[in-house]
Ligand binder design. Structure first.
Ligand SMILES: *Cc1c(COP(=O)(O)O)cnc(C)c1O
Length: 358
């Protein structure tokens, strides 16, 4: 497998213009990106090049039919100065599972991880030092072939771009308000809900916009058949701390199998708290909010790590959770995960991968 990466350096770095004290999520990008093409049945021309506009064929299936997928992970700069990425092999696995669903060519693990490591190494000065900051890493793959026929393309482009970010929801102290969505649907069994496929996200904009107008930060998606079972939130998985147990919707093809979700389940289990992955009826959550057995609720995902849920709007009523505040389990998990990611606390799970310093 050819995975020698050619590096073309940017003539000038944009780094001096960047204010690390004031980062808007996903609005500044580092100097370089990784790129390669799938042509004649193999991935070719592995390279790191200056970040910038690219050519896309005007009739590519990504533009017309949505044949495009992505991933998301982060690199963290620890207090020891080392840079670590968190469980990149899980993102690789998930990307390949998205590829399979969308009839796109897979990438082998070594190519994927090497590309991330070398790109982050090339732009290591872009990994911000703040406690809640990171370099967000966004791999993306899309069809790039001049054919209008409705079929999988024969040519693809794979890119990795990176962006220095603050934690997605600012300081993670404010618990967010969710709207349990009864009109719109994100995914159904047999669909593409488990894949990080572009179209899944465009399809959520309208519901999110309507929810925002009503004062909700995010949509709490319910199942597409009965609008009864809880699924997930925006770009996060959802967990409830109900009556001493951690419960989260099971993976049944409609929700994204989050790396953070998997990590949370492991950590909570190791704290001695029972975890259940199962169907969760929204009524069970509403009842828990009313009778006080629902101790906490939180979303989990790479962008914000843990985001506490302060209330859920359902059928025109608002149900509070933990008096609208971030609870102790949410805080503890946030600290543990970010501690492992930044190398501040021991990583007994082998989750972090240090970016070599050469
Ligand atoms: C990316 C994503 C998540 C979270 O996955 P992580 O691997 O934890 O970042 C959850 N739900 C959706 C819809 C997502 O796109």
């Amino acid at each position: 497998m050819n995975s020698v990466i050619e590096i073309t350096r940017a003539k000038q770095s944009n780094l001096p213009q960047i204010d690390f004290g004031n980062l808007q999520f996903g609005s500044v990008f580092s100097d370089h990106m990784f790129a390669m093409e799938y042509v004649d049945g193999s991935w070719q021309n592995h390279r790191i090049e200056p970040f910038g506009a690219i050519e896309v064929h005007p009739v590519s299936a990504s533009l017309h039919y949505g044949q495009t997928i992505f991933e998301g992970l982060k690199a963290y700069r620890g207090p020891d100065g080392q840079i670590r990425v968190f469980r990149p092999e899980m993102n690789h696995q998930r990307m390949n599972s998205s590829c399979e669903r969308m009839c796109m060519p897979k990438i082998d693990e070594k190519t994927f991880i090497d590309a991330i490591q070398q790109l982050v190494h090339t732009d290591r000065d872009w990994v911000p030092p703040g406690e809640k900051q990171a370099l967000y890493i966004r791999p993306v793959m899309f069809a790039n072939e001049g054919q209008l026929d409705v079929r999988p393309a024969n040519r693809y482009r794979f890119l990795i771009i990176t962006s220095p970010v603050d934690s997605y929801f600012g300081m993670n102290t404010v618990a967010v308000a969710l709207k349990a969505e009864e009109k719109f649907t994100r995914a159904i069994q047999g669909g593409t809900g488990f894949a990080k496929a572009g179209g899944n996200y465009a399809a959520t904009f309208l519901a999110t916009n309507e929810g925002r107008k009503e004062g909700f930060a995010q949509i709490l998606w319910l199942d597409g058949v009965e609008h009864r079972y809880v699924e997930e939130v925006g770009q996060m998985n959802i967990c409830f701390y109900l009556d001493g147990k951690l419960i989260t919707p099971q993976l049944r093809g409609t929700i994204l199998p989050g790396v953070t979700r998997d990590s949370v389940l492991r950590l909570v289990n190791d704290m001695g708290i029972e975890c259940e992955e199962r169907l969760i009826d929204i009524q069970e959550i509403i009842d828990g909010s009313m009778n006080g057995t629902l101790q906490e609720a939180f979303g989990c995902g790479t962008a914000a790590i843990i985001t506490a849920v302060g209330s859920i709007g359902y059928r025109g009523r608002k149900y509070e959770i933990n008096c609208g505040k971030t609870g102790p389990l949410s805080k503890k998990l946030f600290k543990q995960i970010i501690g492992i990611q930044r190398g501040e606390i021991e990583d007994p799970y082998g989750w972090t991968k240090v970016i070599p310093n050469h």
